[in-house]
Design a protein around this ligand. Structure first.
Ligand code: CA
Length: 225
């Protein structure tokens, strides 16, 4: 799960990053609205934490332009001011929720969890494809009574594949979502984790396997009945 933090107060940005990373969210931090918009327009984030008072472009404008570009990533606005007018403006600009600084980390995490729940995950604690089931809270992958616990990166990669089981997921999307847009991760990082996952699928004896589409990416293969 990747979160973009757009906050010009570097101390606060670091604190937010730390709170989220402790919960195993991946984070990218940018310090002005123009960079925030650029990064968020990639569509590679599960959530954007967006300060209102920002250099170059304010948070309202960032949210407005994101929505105008049909990017539907949830946006949680952060501001030092707690005026009702700001909350309304923020929500009108397309923000999904609003928090007033200072806030406590428990409340922040609760809102982050609420906003990052995707359709289908609200009720489901797991993703299931054919005989394979991935528990989203324990990271346990199970099949016919056997189970293994996945590492964080393995989990992130397989979750992407299982969330869109009919799609071919491009390698660059996997890198952006699992390692981050600015990361130095390369295709062979993805290949390494795909090979770990293939070994685990083989160990479980699952009918699901990971297929390669050359020069494009990966997809799940499984019998339809
Ligand atoms: Ca600010």
């Amino acid at each position: 799960m990747r979160i973009l933090i757009v906050e010009d107060e570097s101390h606060l940005a670091e604190t937010l990053g730390q709170i989220l990373r402790e919960q195993h969210y991946q984070t990218d931090i940018v310090n002005d609205g123009a960079d925030g918009l650029d990064y968020a327009l990639s569509g590679q984030y599960d959530l954007v934490l967006l300060d209102v008072m920002l250099p170059k472009l304010d948070g309202f404008e960032v949210a407005r332009r994101l929505r105008a570009a049909h990017i539907s990533t949830p946006v949680l606005m952060l501001t030092a001011r707690d005026e009702t007018g700001d909350k309304i403006t923020g929500l009108d600009c397309g923000a999904d929720d609003y928090m007033t600084k200072p806030f406590d980390s428990g409340e922040l995490l609760a809102r982050v969890r609420a906003l990052t729940r995707r359709q289908g995950e609200v009720l489901a604690q797991s993703l299931t494809i054919s005989d394979l089931s991935l528990n989203l809270s324990t990271r346990c992958l199970s099949c016919a009574g056997k189970s293994v616990r996945l590492g964080f990166k393995e989990f992130d990669v397989l979750r992407l594949l299982m969330a869109a089981p009919k799609a071919v997921i491009p390698k660059e999307d996997i890198i952006a979502k699992v390692w981050g847009i600015d990361s130095d991760a390369e295709d062979n990082n993805v290949e390494v984790y795909i090979s770990f996952l293939r070994k685990k699928l083989h160990f479980l004896g699952s009918r699901v396997s990971i297929g390669t589409v050359r020069k494009v990416g990966y997809h799940l293969e499984y019998p339809l009945s």
